[in-house]
Design a protein around this ligand. Structure first.
Ligand code: BGC
Length: 485
């Protein structure tokens, strides 16, 4: 892997992910989409986040976040680019809401000031309260997530303002987006803001777990505050979004690789899922392996977690791809955060999990998605909303707009992943209520800058013109006509 690629692919830099060397094609071509049915009430939508699209970095008294700082570090940690302007969404709200309405979108994670425009076009807003951009001053003052009690006090204040101000119109809330990524990428590998590692003043042995602990408790406090002060009147629902790949055993006949795949899922997903959705301690595999590195819940905290379990109305799932898990033979590194498991794109027979997209870490693997839906349903027993799914097409970032909008790879990816949802629903009995696409338009992809394009609309970063891609019309048709059961 070249340095350039390292800069361009933030998730490829997961410390556990080894690059797959492209020599021979190791996989079958993309399968045809079957257009299997989905329920008539199934909601679809598109997702964006503040820092990735808003721009307007110093307009109207906006304060700085840790991403304003991180994207201006020298040498650059974000491919020489920043979200200062991004898609300039802050100044183009109406145009962008019109774009969504033209797709026939039904739901969206967005932030407060859009709410009226969305509702006016019959689009349901789904609001994520925290998507990675803690105010810089909070980070400077007490280390943000590293100080559990201070952070929770500020977070409770912040969310109460949001519930009070927007709660009459917003009926679906998400507290945190992807606690795993916040903790591990921000405080272990340092790929994302605030970019802490042991060598840059942090402690990769302990900080990811402390950050995760704070997020779990802050989530429970937010759910409690909403239920206590707002829910009866506002009648909304609240939960959290967890990310995660599915993990297949590297060698399907090996008992230790089967255990490694299960353990990797627990270190990734159940780390947060068990305390939040089951009201209990971290998975025993984590306790056993991490020992003192993993903070302990007090009995009062466990009581609080248990009390909030029934108030989590859905499981928000961000999902993109599948990996193979191989048990490592030696004892774990002292800052191991994956359960001593190596992640690979190919299995013991040299077969890749699926065709590679425009990101080396993201391969098309709808079978793994279906298995993950089952795994989450069986463990956490909540209706699932897919809160992010999508991919960049291979080579897309090099294409002129006329070619980029012909995004057949993405259409097939969506089609296969929707087929997987249909099978999980009707053949496996998993409850899945909605599907939100990442993303409404190409945008600032964190450490990878403006390189990777995930949008169902092309963004021209010079003119800021948005042009819908074919996948947008595919989704519109698929949800309007073809798949209703
Ligand atoms: C994040 C998005 C990100 C997307 C694609 C998700 O993990 O929530 O902010 O752009 O993945 O990498």
């Amino acid at each position: 892997m070249t340095d350039k690629m390292n800069v361009n692919t933030f998730k490829a830099e997961d410390p556990n992910l080894k690059p797959h060397v492209e020599s021979e094609p190791l996989y079958d071509p993309l399968r045809p989409v079957e257009e299997l049915l989905l329920p008539a009430h199934f909601a679809w939508g598109t997702v964006t986040t503040a820092y990735q699209i808003d721009g307007a970095a110093s307009q109207d008294g906006k304060g700085r976040s840790i991403w304003d700082t991180f994207s201006h570090l020298a040498p650059s940690r974000t491919n020489g680019e920043s979200g200062d302007v991004a898609c300039d969404h802050y100044n183009r709200v109406i145009e962008d809401v019109d774009l969504m309405a033209s797709y026939g979108v039904e739901g969206i994670a967005f932030y407060g000031k859009l709410v009226d425009e969305l509702l006016a076009r019959n689009i349901e807003p789904v609001v994520t309260l925290y998507h990675w951009d803690v105010p810089q001053r909070i980070y400077d003052r007490y280390g943000a997530f590293l100080n559990t009690s201070e952070f929770i006090a500020d977070f409770e204040h912040f969310i109460s303002v949001c519930f009070m101000r927007f709660g009459d119109d917003v009926k679906k809330w998400v507290t945190f987006n992807e606690p795993y990524i916040i903790s591990v990428f921000g405080y272990h590998s340092g790929i994302l803001a605030p970019g802490r590692t042991t060598s840059t003043g942090g402690d990769s042995r302990t900080e990811p777990w402390r950050v995760g602990h704070t997020i779990i408790l802050a989530h429970a406090v937010a759910v409690r505050a909403y239920a206590r002060d707002y829910q009866d009147r506002q009648k909304g629902i609240i939960s959290i979004v967890l990310s995660g790949h599915f993990y297949e055993p590297w060698d399907a006949s090996s008992v230790i690789d089967l255990a490694a795949a299960q353990r990797r899922l627990e270190f990734y997903i159940a780390w947060f899922g068990d305390p939040i959705f089951l009201g209990r301690d971290y998975p025993s595999a984590m306790r056993a392996r991490l020992g003192e590195r993993l903070p302990a819940f007090t009995p009062e905290q466990l009581d609080m977690l248990r009390d909030q379990v029934p108030k989590n109305a859905f499981y928000g799932m961000n999902h993109y791809s599948t990996k193979n898990a191989r048990a490592l033979p030696n004892s774990p590194a002292e800052d191991d955060c994956a359960g001593n498991v190596e992640e690979l794109d190919t299995n013991s027979e040299g077969k890749a999990v699926g065709p590679v997209s425009g990101m080396s870490w993201l391969r098309v693997a709808p079978g793994g998605f279906r298995k993950l839906l089952n795994w989450v349903w069986n463990r956490h027993h909540l209706p699932i909303i897919i809160t992010e799914n999508g991919c960049p097409c291979p080579g897309e970032s090099q294409l002129p707009v006329e070619k980029a909008v012909d995004d057949r790879f993405r259409i097939t990816y969506f089609g296969l992943y929707l087929d997987a949802i249909s099978r999980a629903l009707y053949e496996d009995g998993v409850k899945v209520d909605g599907y939100y696409v990442w993303s409404l338009m190409d945008n600032f992809e964190w450490s990878a800058g403006f390189g990777p394009r995930y949008g169902i609309a092309h963004t021209d970063y010079k003119t800021l013109v948005r042009t819908p891609k074919r996948s947008a019309w595919y989704l519109k048709d698929t949800f309007r006509e073809h798949r209703k059961k």
